[in-house]
Each structure stands twice: as C-alpha cells, then as structure tokens.
Design a binder for this molecule. Structure first.
Ligand SMILES: Cc1ncc(COP(=O)(O)O)c(C=O)c1O
Length: 419
C-alpha cells in the first residue's frame, strides 16, 4: 500500500510548499515552444505526480493479472489491490459502504450508467428531469436520450448574470412529475460552485433523487457522500491527478440494487443459462468485463496523494490563486471575466475584446501557456452569456502566482499583436 504523503510537502508554517509539490510532477519541468510550461488547463485534465506514476509502474511490473478469476498469486494480488482501491475511493468520498463505489471509465460513463440504469427504469412518458443551464454536455445528452426514448421532458433551472443558480426558479421546477435532478457540483465553464446540499434537501423533500456531476469538485474540495446525501455522484480520475480511463460512480446502495445493469458480460453475473441470467450483486453488477485494473489501483494512489497534501491546504492555495488571478485579469483593459459567482472554484473564464478565444489560446501557447479555449462542452452556458466561446485558465494546487503573472503578460501580448 502506498503511504500517504505528508509533512515534506508543507512549509514549516503548515501551508503548502508549492515548489516542493511541483517537484513531484515531472511534466511541469517541460519547455513548450522554448518557454517553461505554464499548465493552466487542469479542468480539462490534470497532471500525475511521481508517487502516482510509480504506483502504475509497480502494478504493471509486479502485480498485473486479471482479477476475480484465478487462484494464482498474481490474480489474487491484483484482485486485492483493485478492491483496496475501491476502499480508498469509498473513504475519499466518505461513502457509507464500499459497494456503493462503482468503477467506470469516467464521469461521462458514470452519468450514462445512471441514465440507462435509473432513467430507463424509473422515467416514463410525461415525466420530467431537472437540469441547470450550467451543465456539461455529459450531464445533458444522456438525459436527452432518455427523455426522447421515454417521452419525458428536460426542464432547466436558469442562472443569473454572475453565473449563479436561480434557486427560487429551481424550486419551482420540482414537481410531481420530476423523476431526477442532475446538477454539476462545480461548473467547468465558469467555476460556479452550486448549492448542491440545499438543492438535494429541496429535491428529497419531494422524494426526488439527485445526481451530482462532481468532475470539477473531486480535485478541489473534500467530499462527503453521507453529509451531502446525494443519490449519485460522478467523477473522473484524470481530473484528480490520476490516469485517464477511470472514474467513479458513487450510488446509494438502495438505488444501485434497484437499477438495471448498463453493460452485460463477464463478472457481472452470478449464473448464466440460455434461458436466464442472474445478475451479480453490486458493485459487480455494474462492472462487466475486465475493468481498468491498473487505472483503478493508480486512482487509489491519487486519492492517497491528495489526502496526504490535505484538501484544506489545496483549497486555501487555490482560493488565493483565484483571488490573485481575478484581481490581475480585472486590471487588464478590454478583458472581461465570464462567471463571477460569489462561490467559485479555481476557474477563470474570460474574453478578450475583439480577439477570438481560439487566437488567444494559440498565442498563449506560443508563450508556453496551456489554457482551454472554446465552449468547454457547455454550449448552453455560452448561449446564456451570448458568446460562442471563452478562454479558460483553470488552476491546480501546483500552480503559482508567477504562472498567473505569465498568463497576464501573455494576454497583454495577445492584445498588442491582435487587439
Ligand atoms: C463538469 C464536467 N462534467 C463531466 C465531464 C466529463 O468528464 P470525462 O470526459 O472525464 O468523462 C467534464 C469534463 O470536462 C466536466 O468538466
């Protein structure tokens, strides 16, 4: 088992020693276009620290085999490590039970699992699914598919000009036909932190289950499924310093037990005859075929790494970075920040007057600065603000004030060249 990483990455006063932390991330030492890499695209995908990379290599070089299938040593070790990763992720989100953690290929896969497993079973003609304007396409399209198939309707809770949910409007949408609320914990396009606890309480008062898309929350804030009391929670490994190809669906056991499996195949069954198949119990029922074993175990190491750093330190450092970046970017003429919610995670979306975001991204890249430009797979949000796209800087705990300064200097250069 990987030991959590402690003390060494913290300054004597207790805060984060960012330079020490950066030394864990080999990729941050890269040069891009002759300049030191300034990686500000963490909302799209974050980087992996050495202990997490090493866990992958250790698994592949000393433990790899298929799981749940054989009695030989390697298979038993791989099975134990895979199940130990489940335990770590259950602890990471404070799930009541380990079997409430389903390994998926990512957030998208997790939401599709619920859309098929819950939506197909519990949504009917004339029913309603409530989403918000802020949703990522991953939390829109699967529900549209269900709605189309079942003759149900999508209803959308609006946001104000700061990008904050209109809570009163949300409450009015909850009605006798509402079968599910789907909400992003943190908006990837604007950084808004939604009041999910209050949203869940209001939905539960009417007996409505809630799915939270936690893709942008898992790397930035402590998660507690029992306190949040959501019915489903989805997140991706590659956004929380783990590998691609792995994610988690947390689901309350009572729901998961009632739901239809999304994929059929090996491992998700108790018995098969041509006449009848009996499905496995959870979580196996939802993990058909050979799962991403190495990725799951490595995600367990990522959860250890984050816990070792401490969410409170991550939060404090990122809040400071966001404040600093917001202040610096606000001082630039002809640059507008899109998304100014009072409660925000470390995402800064902006438009530079007269310059297409794609050109902003291209010129920043020449300076070694990686930001995301486009609609961020959240076209309804862009439509709400009447823009086709933004440039987005998204921070992680390994980013620095100097990198914010590089971004600001880069934007000035863009304005000089194209403004
Ligand atoms: C809020 C949100 N939901 C869902 C996703 C989809 O995640 P994945 O592509 O890892 O499935 C993303 C990815 O950017 C996201 O930001």
């Amino acid at each position: 088992m990987n030991a959590p990483h402690t003390g060494l990455r913290h300054a004597p006063g207790g805060g984060l020693d960012v330079e020490r932390v950066r030394a864990d991330f080999p990729i941050l030492g890269l040069e891009v276009n002759g300049k030191p890499l300034v990686y500000l695209d963490n909302a799209a995908s974050s980087q992996m620290p050495r202990p997490v990379l090493e866990r992958w290599i250790r698994y592949q070089t000393t433990q790899h085999s298929n799981i749940h299938r054989a009695v030989h040593n390697l298979s038993e070790t791989a099975t134990a490590e895979y199940e130990s990763a489940r335990k770590k992720l259950a602890a990471f989100v404070n799930a009541a039970e380990e079997r409430e953690v389903i390994f998926t290929s990512g957030t998208t896969d997790a939401i599709n699992l619920v859309a098929h497993g819950y939506g197909r079973r519990f949504v009917g003609a004339g029913d309603e699914i409530v989403l918000t304007t802020l949703e990522h396409h991953s939390n829109i399209v699967p529900w549209q598919m269900v709605a189309e198939e079942k003759g149900a309707r999508i209803r959308v809770a609006p946001v104000n000009d700061r990008g904050e949910l209109d809570f009163e409007a949300y409450l009015k949408l909850l009605g006798p036909r509402t079968r599910l609320v789907g909400v992003g914990h943190v908006s990837n396009a604007l950084g808004t932190i939604n009041p999910v606890r209050e949203m869940i309480t209001a939905a539960h008062e009417k007996g409505i289950p809630v799915l939270v898309d936690g893709a942008q929350a898992a790397p930035h804030m402590a998660l507690d499924m029992q306190a949040l009391d959501c019915d489903f929670y989805a997140f991706s490994g590659h956004k929380m310093f783990g590998p691609t190809g792995i994610g988690v669906l947390y689901g309350k056991a009572a729901w998961l037990e009632k739901m239809q499996p999304y994929k059929g195949g090996g491992d998700m069954i108790l018995s098969v005859t041509f006449e009848k198949t009996v499905y496995n119990v959870i979580p196996g029922k939802f993990e058909a075929g050979t799962p991403p074993i190495a990725a799951a175990i490595t995600l367990g190491a990522a959860a250890d790494y984050i816990s070792g750093i401490g969410m409170e330190h991550i939060h404090a450092h990122e809040a400071d970075l966001l404040d600093y970046a917001t202040h610096q970017v606000n001082r630039l003429p002809c640059v507008r920040i899109v998304g100014t919610a009072e409660k925000k995670a470390a995402v800064l979306s902006f438009v530079v007057e007269g310059v297409h975001p794609h050109d902003v991204g291209t010129l920043l890249n020449e300076e070694g600065i990686a930001v995301r430009t486009g609609h961020h797979c959240a076209q309804p949000v862009m439509q709400r603000f009447g823009i086709p796209a933004t440039s987005r800087a998204s921070f992680a705990f390994y980013n620095t004030h100097a990198e914010v300064d590089a971004l600001v200097a880069g934007i000035r250069k863009v304005q000089k060249v194209l403004g």
